[in-house]
Design a protein around this ligand. Sequence first.
Ligand code: B12
Length: 294
Amino acid sequence: MEYTVHAAGRATGISPWRIRTWERRYGVPAPRRDAGGRRTYTEADLVVLRRMAALVDQGLSASHAADAIRNEEDTTAAEAAPPALDPRVDVLIDAAAEFDESTCVEVLRLAAETSWATSLEAVVMPALRQVGLRWERGEASIGVEHFLSLVIQRELLTAIASLPPAEADAPCVLVACAQDDFHDLGATALWLLLRERGAQVICLGADVPARALVLATLAVRPAVVCLSGVAATSTPMLAEAARALVEARCDARVFVGGPAASGAASEGIPASRLPDPLPAAADALLAAARGHGH
Ligand code: B12
């Protein structure tokens, strides 16, 4: 639907004179012109006009309101435009859609030749996100997601198994997923990255109840505990696990990471937050483990 300046004025309650002045002085909004040179406003332009009026009502000068709107548009555009996907992501998920195991394995192994750190960030995690999106949209069956998850899990575990054992005095990190959270690929990837960096790792995997976590921590005495939460519903579980470790006076620094460890609901968790990219998280865990007790 398109509007003339008068129709836009009626729809927004802003006088046509004001609408034209905002455009002339600040370029906000910048409507198209029809063949006869008349301004034509879209629904999106009306949203901008209403936002401009609201900011001016709140006491901003029209010039500052226009600046604010341009900044908001830049941020939205940056958020809306996803970073270009590595072409290997499509190859991987197309192969998974056909249950073509050997192509999946080939793509994963070639990508990991550079390093697991770059492969995880550029190929593996984006592919999981894409499969999640396809599944959400009904374009991929849950079988495709299970198949790809398992092929990835197997590659990660194979890579871990092929590493030489850690030195006996290497710092130790205990990794576990929140109770009821079966998304353990991030935790497994961290296990691999930590082992590549020489750490000893005890990984408890998915769905670890707080009590079991405390018992394992008391038995292993790691320098650092890393709790992973992916499902949004895991945030309270992460909090419960971190509190249980504090109450048991475990002598380990506790970190939380993964999507469930960010956002307002996670603020009360008594633990340090890990950065999202897995290689940066592994570096932070190792630095904390090395510093432990010094
Ligand atoms: C594979 C998968 C599964 C597999 C997991 C297999 C496995 N062994 O891990 C299975 C089949 C078990 C599964 C089950 C379910 N899943 Co699922 N799953 C996924 C999928 C496709 C990938 C998960 C994954 O590994 N993500 C890791 C990366 C790819 O995610 P990310 O958010 O970008 O993470 C970044 C960082 O946070 C970091 N990171 C990730 N983990 C960690 C951990 C630490 C410690 C750190 C530091 C960093 C870190 O790495 C990434 C890169 O920076 C996602 C889609 C998605 N977008 O994630 C859905 C998704 C996570 N699942 C979802 C849902 C809803 C479910 C189910 C409830 C479905 C159902 N109805 O049964 C169940 C829940 C089971 C449970 N109780 O846990 C939703 C969660 C929505 C939400 N906000 O909570 C998602 C987002 C799909 C969707 N779009 O709806 N799932």
